[in-house]
Design a binder for this molecule. Structure first.
Ligand code: IMP
Length: 180
């Protein structure tokens, strides 16, 4: 285990199992739909890669980069689009792939934007859900694991751009961000 990690919350095998079961469910739910996966960069990268390989359908993928954190551990509540989609989602069944839903500020803002752009349906697949952090009422449709209100890193999730490469999700030792 990495020296800056206090505890592993979701290990590699559990992540694999989540990707298989969520992928199977999405395969069932999106039969005869016009599915597009939209990954929110950068945190989605490992998850969209593993999840998409467990979805047995014809679909395409697009990416968007949004920011609500500015290097810290608390959401600023201000969602900024840093890079937009390169294709139209009009009439599409959009499944947004997220690493974690916390306050839900990001996801609610992006969902409203996608509906405004004419998406047929907009749903969320998230690896992790931190419901205790909610500032907006929102329940994601596909949730890998509900976790307590702790700051986690790994498998795409970062602190100050580091730790995304860890193959598991773990709680970062508070001294790592308290001494910064
Ligand atoms: P929300 O808008 O507060 O729901 O935040 C969603 C985004 O905040 C996620 O996509 C992450 O980038 C980031 N985030 C929320 N909680 C954590 C965490 O525990 N570790 C790392 N990033 C987090």
């Amino acid at each position: 285990m990495h020296k800056d990690i206090a505890q592993i919350l979701v290990n590699e095998q559990e992540i694999k199992d989540i990707c298989v079961s969520m992928g199977n469910q999405i395969t069932k739910d999106y039969q005869n739909k016009n599915l597009i996966l939209v990954g929110l960069l950068k945190g989605c990268v490992p998850f969209i890669s593993d999840l998409s390989r467990n979805i047995d359908l014809k679909f395409d993928m697009a990416y968007m980069s949004v920011a609500s954190y500015h290097g810290g551990i608390a959401s600023s509540g201000d969602v900024k689009i840093k890079m937009d989609l390169d294709i139209s989602i009009k009439g599409r069944d959009v499944l947004i792939v997220e690493d974690i839903v916390d306050t839900a500020n990001t996801i609610v803002t992006i969902m409203e934007l996608f509906k405004h752009r004419g998406a047929n349906t907009v749903k969320i697949a998230t690896l992790l859900d931190k419901p205790e952090g909610r500032l907006k009422p929102y329940q994601p449709e596909y949730v890998g694991r509900v976790i307590p209100k702790a700051f986690v890193v790994g498998y795409g999730l970062d602190y100050d751009e580091y730790y995304r490469n860890l193959p598991y999700v773990g709680i970062l030792k508070p001294e790592v961000y308290n001494t910064k």
